[in-house]
Design a protein around this ligand. Structure first.
Ligand code: ADP
Ligand code: GLC
Length: 481
C-alpha cells in the first residue's frame, strides 16, 4: 500500500505557481494519516535543496521504450514525512527555467515530460511495491495515467493501481503535433478522439483526462465550470463524457508557510488580537517600494501573480489611472508578459510614489506584500482555485476578486454580514473599479473594516480538511486507505 504523487513542481524545491504550493502541502497532509506517501519530481538545475540533502539512490534507472538506451539518475530526500524522488537527466531538466523562456515554450517539452513520466513509472516498478494510487498533476504528468492504463492490461505489477488526474489549470494542455504521439511509445490504439487525439494533435492533458480512473479539479465551482464551452478550453466534450468521475476538491492553504503570527519574512509579526505588527509591515512596505509616506493614512492595494490574461492584469492596468485619482497606493509583484511588464513600469514612472511595480519572482516579497497591504486585488478571468486570496484572508488583507472558480468558493462577498472580501460578477474593468471603490469606502469606516479583517483572518482552509476529502475520493476508487 502506498500513494504516489507525480508532479513537475514541489515547494520548497521548485516553484512557478500554485501547483508547487499544493504539492508541497497535500502529500505531507495525507501522510499524517499514517499511509506511506511518495512524490516523484524532476531534478531541475535550479532546484533549492539546502534544507533537504539529496542522496543518489539509482545512477542508472532505465526509462524504457522509446528511450531504450537512456537512463535516469534517481535521487531521494525526506520532506515533512514524505519520501521525495528526483529524476535527473540534465539535458532535459538543467535549464534556466522550468518550461519556457520569454520566446516561448521549450521545443522539446513533450519529450521532456514524457521522459519524466516514463522514468517515474520505471522507478516505481523497480522499487517493487505496486502503488495503490498514482496521482498526476497537470499536463506535465498527464501521460502517467495513460501509460499505466495500457501497462496494466498486460503487466500484473500495475493491475491493482488506480490513477487520478488533477487539473490545476485547464488552459495549459501540452498540445503537440501528431508526429510526437507516434514517437512517444504509446500504443497506436491511444490515437483516438476518446484518448490522446485532439483535433489532429497530441494533447497530453486530454490523455490524462481520458485514461485516469478519477479526474479532479481544485475547487467545486471550477469542477462545474470546466464542463462549459466558456471555461472548458475545448476539452468540455471529453470532460462531459467523464463527468461521473470528476470531483472538485478545494485546495488548502499551508498555514505553516503562510502565517502572519510566525512569518520570518515579515519585519513584525501579528495576529487577529495583536494587529500593530500589520501597521509596521505597512510602513516597511512603503519604504521598500519607495511609496509616499502619505500612504500610511490611505489604503494600499496589492497584486501578486503571473502577469497574464488569466489573472486579469489588463483589467488592473486599465483602472490604475482611476485608482491613482482616488489617492490610494498600488503595489504589483509579477512577471510573465513583456507588454504588461513594460506598461506597468512605464506607469510607475508616471505615478512615482503611489504605484510601485516589481518585475520578478520573489518569494519573500510576496509575503511582505500580503502583510503590508490593506486590500488584495485578484481580477482573474478564471481561477481554478487561487491560493493568493486565501493567503490574503489570513494576512488580514481582504480581497477584491472576480466571482469565478475557487475565488467564489473561498470569499464571502460584501454585503453579506459574514463578508470577508468583495467580488464582482464579470471580468470587466468597470465592475472591477466599482468593487475596489466599495472596498476603499469601507476601509475608511474603521469599525466595519476591523471587523471584516477579523473575520477574514479567522477563515481556515486547512490542508487537513482537503486531505480528508482526497482520501474519501481515493476510497471511492475502491481503495482501502
Ligand atoms: P497560479 O498557480 O495560477 O499562479 P495561485 O494563486 O494558485 O495562482 O498561486 C500562486 C503562487 O505563486 C502563490 O504562492 C504566490 O504567492 C506565488 N507567486 C505568484 N507570482 C509571484 C511572484 N512574482 N513572486 C513571488 N511569488 C509569486
Ligand atoms: C493553478 C491555478 C490556480 C490554483 C493552482 C493550484 O495554477 O491557476 O488557480 O490555485 O493551480 O491548484
Amino acid at each position: 500500500m502506498k500513494l504516489v504523487y507525480i508532479t513537475s513542481e514541489i515547494f520548497p524545491f521548485s516553484k512557478t505557481g500554485g501547483l508547487a504550493d499544493v504539492l508541497g502541502a497535500l502529500p505531507p497532509a495525507v501522510a499524517k494519516s499514517g499511509l506511506p506517501v511518495e512524490v516523484i519530481t524532476p531534478l531541475y538545475g535550479r532546484l533549492k535543496t539546502n534544507d533537504y540533502p539529496l542522496r543518489l539512490v539509482a545512477p542508472d534507472c532505465p526509462v524504457g521504450y522509446p528511450w531504450e538506451p537512456i537512463t535516469a539518475e534517481i535521487y531521494q530526500s525526506q520532506y515533512r514525512g514524505v519520501t521525495v524522488y528526483f529524476v535527473q537527466r540534465d539535458e532535459y531538466f538543467d535549464r534556466r527555467s522550468y518550461y519556457n523562456t520569454y520566446k516561448g515554450d521549450y521545443f522539446d517539452n513533450c519529450e521532456r515530460f514524457n521522459f519524466f513520466c516514463r522514468a517515474a513509472i520505471q522507478w516505481l516498478h523497480r522499487l517493487g511495491t505496486p502503488p495503490t494510487i498514482v496521482h498526476a498533476n497537470d499536463w506535465q504528468t498527464a501521460l502517467a495515467p495513460a501509460w499505466i492504463h495500457f501497462l496494466r492490461q498486460h503487466d500484473p505489477f500495475w493491475a491493482g493501481t488506480k490513477t487520478v488526474m488533477t487539473i490545476h489549470n485547464l488552459a495549459f494542455q501540452g498540445r503537440y503535433s501528431s508526429r510526437l504521439f507516434h514517437e512517444s511509445g504509446l500504443p497506436a490504439e491511444a490515437w483516438d478522439m476518446d484518448g490522446c487525439e485532439f483535433y489532429g494533435d497530441f494533447n497530453l492533458l486530454k490523455s490524462g483526462i481520458a485514461y485516469a480512473d478519477m479526474v479532479t479539479t481544485v475547487s467545486p465551482s471550477y469542477a462545474g465550470e470546466i464542463l462549459t464551452p466558456q471555461f472548458g478550453c475545448g476539452l468540455e466534450g471529453i470532460l462531459q463524457k467523464r463527468s461521473g468521475s470528476i470531483r472538485g476538491i478545494l485546495n488548502g492553504a499551508d498555514y505553516d508557510v503562510w502565517a502572519p503570527e510566525a512569518d520570518r519574512y515579515l519585519p513584525s509579526c501579528y495576529s487577529a488580537g495583536r494587529m500593530t505588527g500589520k501597521m509596521w509591515c505597512k510602513r516597511k512596505l512603503i519604504r521598500e517600494f519607495y511609496l509616499s509616506d502619505m500612504l500610511e493614512d490611505r489604503p494600499i492595494l496589492g497584486f501578486i501573480g503571473r502577469l497574464r490574461s488569466q489573472k486579469g492584469i489588463d483589467l488592473l492596468i486599465d483602472i490604475i489611472p482611476r485608482l491613482m485619482k482616488m489617492g490610494v497606493g498600488v503595489v504589483v509583484l509579477g512577471e510573465g508578459d513583456l507588454r504588461a511588464e513594460a506598461k506597468l513600469l512605464d506607469m510607475m514612472e508616471q505615478y512615482h510614489g503611489q504605484l510601485s511595480v516589481q518585475v520578478s519572482y520573489t518569494e519573500d516579497l510576496a509575503h511582505r506584500i500580503q502583510a503590508g497591504c490593506d486590500i488584495f486585488l485578484m481580477p482573474s478571468r478564471y481561477e481554478p482555485c487561487g491560493l493568493t486570496q486565501m493567503y490574503a484572508l489570513r494576512y488580514g488583507t481582504p480581497p477584491v476578486a472576480t466571482a469565478v472558480g475557487g475565488l467564489k468558493d473561498t470569499i464571502v462577498p460584501y454585503p453579506s454580514p459574514d463578508a470577508t472580501g468583495f467580488t464582482f460578477q464579470e471580468p470587466d474593468s468597470k465592475l472591477f473599479y466599482k468593487a475596489v471603490k466599495t472596498a476603499v469606502r469601507l476601509w475608511e469606516d474603521r469599525y466595519y473594516w476591523n471587523a471584516m479583517v477579523e473575520r477574514a483572518m479567522s477563515q481556515a482552509f486547512t490542508w487537513d480538511l482537503s486531505a480528508a476529502r482526497y482520501l474519501d475520493m481515493y476510497r471511492e476508487l475502491g481503495v482501502d486507505v
